[in-house]
Design a protein around this ligand. Sequence first.
Ligand code: ADP
Ligand code: ASP
Ligand code: MG
Length: 408
Amino acid sequence: MALIVQKYGGTSVGSVERIKNVARRVARWKARGHDLVVVVSAMAGETNRLIALARDIQASPEPRELDVVMATGEQVTVALLSMALIDVGLKARSYTGGQVKIVTDNAHTKARIVSIDEQRIRQDLADGRVVVVAGFQGVDAAGNITTLGRGGSDTTGVALAAALKADECQIYTDVDGVYTTDPRLVPEARRLKTVTFEEMLEMASLGSKVLQIRSVEFAGRYRVRLRVLSSFEEEGEGTLITFEEDQNMEQANISGIAFERDEAKITILGVPDRPGIAYQILGPIGDANIDVDMIVQNVSHDGMTDFSFTVHRVDYPKALKILDPVVKHIKARGVEGGEKIAKVSVVGVGMRSHAGIASAMFRTLAEEGINIEMISTSEIKISVVINEKYVELAVRALHKAFGLDQPA
Ligand code: ADP
Ligand code: ASP
Ligand code: MG
């Protein structure tokens, strides 16, 4: 007998029929003698609908109130699933994040989980109940409702699995595992049987939304056994996130390709090249809670340099506004920006032992006539910024060039 945390995403609970289907799957696991805690997202499209409602009232909705609105999506699905479970003969109970007590910090719309009180869940499990918990939400120390950022139900699932020391956390979604790249973009993409935790961390942070980055971080910190599976298939093994590099990894130098369209690039032209300048530019950006991604500073000529960085596209107008006085203050020549960029990354632990990955990547892009605007690397990934209109072409070409469409 094991304790299993299952998380079902929006598409998997997108209709009454699908919710009933989830209940039948949970019942099958329960029948095998396991204890089950089930985390659910809002029905597909619901969170977007709620955000749109809020925006119809306020162009940039008050974060505290937006959280109250957004958290309703998951409150509906936990209760519906609980009813469906009772209907198939199980004992079940639903809880909101606040009821469990999933305590977070007070960063509305992107709160971090601070602690989880698992007493109530343990009691229910001991009483033979399936416990259904609302994903994506918690409460801060003052009792305000918070949400965990888009895709945050994954993090609820993994954090609960960590708190309960569950035997496995199963993320059920609309694909049957983690693929070499988004199968919606590249039909030849293949499911990976395993992917290392480090690779998954890179892929999630570089745009593969199959798992929210924070859920992967939690899995790493608490060594949660994490698996991604399809909620539409009967039985499948999905993809297991592993903590050891297995032998097969040696052959594959690249495991996956990630891409992110929602970025924007900002270049400050003619920046006087002197100590402290990067801080003068990026300090105010950080103070405004804007995450900076890639940073490139050019070689200086005559004491002047160009300084470029990327931010999330939603933060772009705000970043430009913040930089306006900064540019004047540091006496730079001006600011240039572009929203039509995207980041494409190749990821793989095999890169550590294989040379020439970067040149193979750059050659492939050159052959397709795609200009590289920025480059950044780590031990196991290479990312490039390119014009957004070439994303599909770049991802497909790289997928082929690195042999990811061939069976391993
Ligand atoms: P859920 O609603 O279940 O949380 P998401 O839409 O958040 O589902 O995540 C699943 C989606 O992630 C897939 O439908 C797929 O399009 C996308 N995705 C992006 N990169 C990958 C990848 N490497 N492997 C699998 N799916 C990916
Ligand atoms: N419903 C939330 C969202 O759409 C959380 C999630 O699905 O994980 O972002
Ligand atoms: Mg998701």
